[in-house]
Ligand binder design. Structure first.
Ligand code: ASP
Length: 325
């Protein structure tokens, strides 16, 4: 009896392997518009100057990885930006910790998380990708790696704006990490070159006044960023915890693999997020995606999310649609 049960289990298993997987998804094959490559897309309006730089680098070198690294470096040193780079808002202990990731459409990727004193975490993430056998380095290890790579560490002082905001927060916040629909503006950049090669980058100082040690979605490959030359790329901004729970960027790329448009895939990711978060009214998150044909889309939970698009015939800021109106 035992043997028969085992046999039945085994044969059911092998039969199921032969059966087509039930699909509730869109058809795989559809018509694509042609001629929309190259293109660079970035989250939020700080994406405009970042895209300018990325576009310049892409035009000069044709290297899409250089383009997405150099592009977001502009935001990492933008003193007006309080959510990317060392001038960003600190954690609740008053310490700025940074997260960043970079990925090529070939699957090569690197990231750093919870790193301090590094002016360009995106460059450090690229060095993890290119100079180590690993994908992710965190905290003190990432900082030591920066030193080893000859990257000078910055003095650990808050920017004037961040210091002022932190002191205000301390007066009224009761040491509680805040989760709301403001306080986030990660730059996620995804790009495609004229031949269809893709890359993406994502960099942030994370959620303002987070617990010390908290890591968001931005350095998590598949959450804040995912790129696959066979399909497309996606990046996320907003509350990292919510993005991680649905593997946001990977989900979008996989939906596109099944034939969903970038717009449809971003909307589905938001729908899943809403489904899993009863407190969704307090959450903002947005997604941005491109497929290998150069079609793109974006969608957010709350209104207010926008993204920058640079292509051969336009450089524009586009308001994304959102679930809440
Ligand atoms: N996604 C970032 C995080 O959760 C926040 C942001 O978009 O600024 O760390």
């Amino acid at each position: 009896m035992k043997g028969r049960r085992k046999f039945l289990k085994k044969s059911l298993l092998s039969t199921s392997l032969l059966l087509p997987i039930a699909s509730h998804t869109k058809p795989i094959f559809r018509e694509y518009p042609a001629g929309v490559k190259p293109m660079i897309l970035s989250t939020w309006n700080h994406g405009m100057p970042a895209n300018d730089k990325a576009w310049q680098v892409l035009s000069e070198t044709g290297n899409i990885v250089d383009a997405v690294e150099e592009g977001v470096k502009v935001t990492e040193i933008d003193l007006d930006n309080l959510s990317v780079g060392l001038q960003g808002l600190p954690d609740r202990e008053g310490i700025v910790t940074l997260d960043a990731s970079i990925m090529k459409g070939t699957g090569e990727c690197g990231s750093v998380a919870f790193v301090r004193q590094v002016k360009h975490p995106i460059t450090l993430a690229r060095k993890v990708m290119e100079n180590t056998p690993h994908v992710m380095l965190a905290g003190e290890g990432a900082r030591q790696f920066a030193i080893k790579e000859g990257i000078p560490l910055e003095e650990e002082v808050l920017s004037r704006k961040a210091e002022k905001a932190y002191q205000e927060w301390k007066k009224k916040a009761n040491y509680q990490p805040i989760i709301n629909i403001e306080n986030h503006d990660t730059i996620g950049m995804i790009g495609i070159d004229a031949e269809g090669k893709m890359a993406g980058s994502c960099t942030t100082s994370g959620l303002a006044y987070k617990m010390h040690g908290r890591v968001g979605d931005s350095p998590i490959i598949g959450a804040g960023l995912y790129v696959d030359d066979e399909v497309g790329a996606a990046t996320a901004t907003g509350l990292g915890e919510a993005v991680i729970r649905i593997c946001g960027a990977f989900l979008i790329v996989e939906l596109m693999r099944q034939g969903w448009t970038p717009q449809e895939a971003c909307e589905e990711a938001v729908r899943r997020m809403i489904q899993k978060h009863p407190d969704i009214a307090d959450i903002q998150a947005g997604f941005l995606a491109i497929n290998k044909e150069g079609e793109h889309g974006a969608y957010a939970v709350q209104p207010g999310f926008n993204y920058a698009k640079h292509s051969t015939n336009e450089k524009i800021l586009i308001d994304a649609k959102s679930s809440f109106k």
